[in-house]
Design a protein around this ligand. Structure first.
Ligand code: AMP
Length: 368
């Protein structure tokens, strides 16, 4: 698996399969153009690998020319094509083989055909390495096809994703992300745990509350519990290395999940970075941070009330609660910006009935 920009791609067509397909095209072109002197008109940029492979194997004399066209920005669906670099010298009276990397909707080739007709060429044929019959909307024939593929988005052998991937010798296709991963965010007492219990059922997601995992470990007096206890009881954050390792272990225990609700994690910038990197290694990522926005005054009262029954030492003492808010303000609140920069921050009013708040959260999560 490889990463290009923000997307992940998996191996799809090997270099051997590519060269077999190229040879198939070469045999037919050599046969059809015996004794003639065609012009190979390569469509830049993507077709240069394919063109170079077939032209080098052409038996006889030929010439080469290049053309570059582009779809008008924003109007791709209308198929408006502009010529960035036209044919030079004139192709009048010539037998032209248009060489493309991939024929998709067919708009580009249609535009090139028009240019060739204006040029009054003697004949033209189309050779493409890849052809997507399911996407093709035109009715002109594609004469030489290396390989037919379905509607996959592919890179490699000249084809790119936003400039990258052309140099790959293997064809990779876009790997669909399988998981829905949500960071449920908000200050202590905002209601993350309560909402997570509802959301995990509704979306069939695995809920990981780092606070709950720590408390479980403290109760069972594990090594991790011993380590976390002193920090937690004061309302301090547990050190990043400890928390990140624990989080990774929890995720790896649930590799088959449809996705995760991260509750109480990340709480620092380095936790957020570690989470992104860790998910990226699996070809996954965070869909969005959904934040419950509640004013602090309301929260202190809520936490003290919860402390009457929760048995949590960090809920029972106002100074510990204030310290948790201080930790939140100084270390955690900045994560809003971290996710905003990725266009992944979604604030939700966290005041109201549990049901109303769930509804607001679902509206956001449904769109992620
Ligand atoms: P919570 O149940 O989310 O309010 O967490 C309770 C306590 O567990 C926090 O005050 C921290 O001491 C510790 N904790 C939970 N999650 C983290 C985290 N991501 N990073 C550091 N400490 C954490």
């Amino acid at each position: 698996m490889i990463q290009l920009h923000d997307l992940f791609f998996e191996e799809f067509i090997s270099a051997t399969q590519i060269s077999q397909a190229v040879n198939g095209v070469v045999v037919r072109i050599n046969d059809d153009y015996k004794g003639r002197k065609p012009v190979f008109l390569t469509v830049l940029n993507g077709a240069f690998f394919f063109a170079s492979d077939i032209i080098r194997k052409f038996d006889g004399n030929c010439e080469m020319s290049f053309i570059k066209v582009a779809s008008y920005k924003g109007t791709q669906s209308t198929g408006n094509i502009s010529t960035v670099m036209g044919v030079e010298p004139s192709l009048k009276g010539r037998d032209v083989i248009i060489v493309e990397d991939i024929v998709d909707s067919g708009n580009t080739i249609e535009a090139i055909i028009k240019i060739l007709q204006q040029e009054e060429v003697n004949s033209y044929k189309i050779a493409t390495m890849f052809y997507k019959p399911l996407a093709f909307t035109k009715n002109y024939p594609i004469d030489y096809v290396g390989m037919e593929i379905e509607n996959d988005f592919i890179v490699g052998y000249g084809l790119d994703y936003d400039g990258l991937g052309r140099n790959l010798n293997t064809i990779y296709k876009l790997k669909p992300r399988k998981m829905k991963n949500i960071v449920l965010f908000g200050p202590p007492g905002a209601g993350k745990g309560t909402q997570a219990d509802v959301l995990k059922e509704k979306y069939n997601l695995k809920h990981i509350s780092t606070g709950d995992v720590f408390r479980y470990n403290i109760k069972n007096e594990t090594e991790l519990g011993m380590l976390a206890k002193s920090f937690m009881n004061k309302g301090d954050l547990v050190p990043d290395e400890v928390t990140i390792d624990m989080l990774k272990t929890e995720v790896d225990k649930n590799v088959d999940a449809n996705g995760f609700i991260f509750d109480g994690f990340p709480r620092t910038n380095s936790q957020a970075k570690a989470l992104d990197e860790f998910l990226a290694e699996k070809g996954e990522g965070i869909n969005g941070m959904v934040a419950l926005e509640v004013a602090e005054d309301l929260l202190v009262a809520r936490l003290l009330k919860r402390g009457e029954t929760s048995g949590r030492p960090d809920d029972q003492d106002e100074s510990k609660i204030r310290n948790r808010f201080n930790e939140y303000e100084t270390k955690t609140a900045v994560l809003k910006e971290y996710y905003q920069e990725q266009n992944k921050y979604f604030g939700v009013d966290g005041v109201g009935s549990i049901e109303d708040i769930t509804e607001r959260l679902c509206e956001v999560i449904d769109g992620l």
